[in-house]
Design a protein around this ligand. Structure first.
Ligand code: GLA
Length: 392
């Protein structure tokens, strides 16, 4: 039941073969970017919080070659329809919707004064879409990295991630935080990316214990972040902060929040409680990890899930079902911690577990989830992997 991650070298070969078959071109430039999973620190990247994600061993790969015309043509295994648009003038949003992640990044380069060449490209992905694993941020970072190669220029990693976030805001209309793009840009093998979203500075934290495994379980129920709920949650946190007369959530204590509990209207007070407690949990989780206190981390993951379910209300029946099954397997069965990960309303859970029991845990998760919901989940393990880069 534990799905094997496709090897990155095979994805690269497939993207280059796709370019050859579809356009009859040999790739001059190939870029890759990973998806991410978040261990803890959910829905607080847009609240000046701390988040603790990692780049996963699932990737988007783009192989490309410049052409003599001013058109970009892209085919992929993401969708049956190929896309094309001109780059002689400022690139505009358009159809199909997924093309906006690409269009937005191209426009970001144009806004920085780059004249874009026409190119043909082929995209391959091993990141499940709509699974809360940031396939869109990976697509943005892969395109930005490809453009660095095609234009023979380099952006600072932080600037590249911010350009991609801006593309998501302005072309895909999702007011996301910085977690996904930073994870895909800064990810490193055997490292978590601890991001201080107030300073915008990532810190690479070791995560290299071979006895520990992260299992990602996809509910196969898809969420849509641009449908307004994400934006609404973000707005509610802004309302609460304004009411508390603070500039940053990092300056709000749980005591201060409790003192204003009644005046803050329901559900705004619960949204605020999630933010304050999740920031505290993430700080404690980073300390626990530094001291190899995995049991502490597991308890914090449990509290994080409960808070997302009850206070922030971004979980769903399927996510809760997977979490309950993993909790039922428990510490004796090798589960250390489990929670929903990503934006919510479907998508995936992340489970920290003992490596030697991971495949048995995956089997139990799959069997019981299917029994409860009639849906077959997708389950795979991932170690932290390398961030966006050009393939040489
Ligand atoms: C989505 C957003 C991120 C973050 C998460 C929730 O993935 O893109 O910026 O807010 O949801 O933690």
């Amino acid at each position: 039941m534990l799905e094997i991650n496709p090897h990155l070298n095979d994805l690269i070969a497939d993207a280059q073969a796709g370019l050859q078959e579809y356009f009859g071109l040999k790739a001059s430039t190939t870029a890759t970017a990973p998806g991410r999973v978040n261990l803890i620190g959910e829905h607080i990247d847009y609240c000046d919080g701390l988040v603790l994600p990692l780049a996963i061993d699932r990737h988007i790969v783009i192989a490309a070659k410049t052409t003599a015309h001013d058109e970009v043509r892209i085919a992929s295994d993401l969708s049956k329809e190929s896309i094309s648009f001109h780059v002689g003038a400022p690139v505009q949003p358009g159809e199909p919707r997924w093309s906006n992640y690409i269009r937005g990044v191209l426009r970001g380069f144009q806004n920085r004064g780059h004249q874009l060449p026409g190119f043909d490209a082929y995209i391959i992905s091993s990141i499940p879409q709509g699974a809360g694993l940031s396939s869109s941020a990976a697509l943005e970072l892969a395109v930005a990295t490809l453009l660095e190669g095609l234009l023979d220029t380099r952006l600072a990693t932080r600037e590249k991630a911010l350009l991609c976030q801006q593309a998501e805001h302005e072309f895909a209309h999702v007011p996301c935080g910085i977690m996904d793009q930073f994870s895909s840009a800064f990810g490193r093998e055997n490292r978590l990316v601890l991001i201080d979203c107030r300073s915008g500075i990532p810190d690479l934290v070791p995560f290299d214990n071979p006895d520990m495994t992260l299992l990602i379980a996809n509910t196969m129920v898809s969420h849509e972040l641009s449908d307004g709920i994400y934006a609404q949650r973000r707005k509610q946190t802004q309302q609460a902060l304004a009411f508390l007369e603070k500039h940053s959530w990092r300056d709000v204590s749980i005591e201060e929040l409790e003192a204003s509990w009644r005046q803050l209207e329901e559900p705004i007070n619960r949204r605020a409680r999630h933010v304050v407690t999740e920031i505290n949990r993430t700080v404690t989780a980073a300390e626990a990890l530094a001291h190899n206190e995995f049991e502490v981390l597991g308890k914090l993951m449990a509290a994080s899930h409960d808070s997302l379910r009850d206070d922030f209300e971004v979980s769903c029946k399927e996510l809760d079902t997977l979490v309950e099954i993993a909790r039922g397997i428990g510490r004796k069965g090798g589960v250390i911690g489990t929670r929903m990960t990503g934006g919510g309303f479907g998508g995936s859970t992340v489970t920290l577990c003992e490596t030697r029991k991971s495949s048995q845990i995956a089997d139990t998760l799959a069997a019981e989830y299917t029994k409860a919901t009639g849906i077959r989940p997708q389950i795979f393990a991932s170690r932290p992997s390398e961030g966006a880069r050009l393939v040489h």
